[in-house]
Design a protein around this ligand. Structure first.
Ligand SMILES: [Ca+2]
Ligand SMILES: [Ca+2]
Ligand SMILES: [Ca+2]
Length: 155
């Protein structure tokens, strides 16, 4: 059962995050996309708080997250590093009073990892990660106008 986060008296950007999270869960890619769905990440993009984020900016900034997830710097994300990034995301959501449903079931992690590991070698390479960033950001931009807006996420 999907349960949408319900921020109370939240600014527009935070409401967007709730819908991004719900959308991502439906797509079953939320775990691999945790950096993009990260509330602070989206807020950092949405400077004027109008709920609009450029697709290209979302891709570029999510790509930068690779270096944070790749803890040992071998230019690929192992399952352990992936799990660590999920735990960090969960902690950030908890700070905001939101739950991170993808954490509730480990099969969700496995699915998301497998989804991003397109050559199935057991690691998410930088190339695979960047490819997934683009795929995710473009999937959120439903009307394909190059921005992820409130309208894209409201249906
Ligand atoms: Ca690594
Ligand atoms: Ca791989
Ligand atoms: Ca759009």
């Amino acid at each position: 059962m999907l349960q949408r986060p319900r921020p109370i008296a939240a600014p527009a950007a935070v409401c967007i995050v709730g819908r991004v999270l719900a959308t991502s869960l439906i797509a079953a890619t939320v775990a691999a996309s945790s950096a993009l769905a990260d509330p602070s990440f989206l807020r950092s993009l949405d400077f004027d708080g109008d709920g609009v984020v450029l697709v290209d900016e979302a891709i570029a900034l999510r790509n930068l997250q690779f270096n944070e997830i790749d803890l040992n710097g071998d230019d690929k994300i192992s399952p352990d590093e992936f799990d660590a990034s999920l735990r960090a995301a969960q902690a950030r959501y908890a700070q905001m009073g939101q739950s991170y449903q993808a954490q509730n079931a480990s099969p969700g992690r496995i699915d998301a990892f497998t989804f991003a590991d397109t050559d199935a070698d057991g690691f998410i390479s930088r190339r695979e990660y960047n490819h997934h960033s683009a795929r995710l950001a473009h999937s959120l931009d439903r009307d394909k106008d190059g921005i992820i807006s409130d309208a894209d996420l409201s249906h």
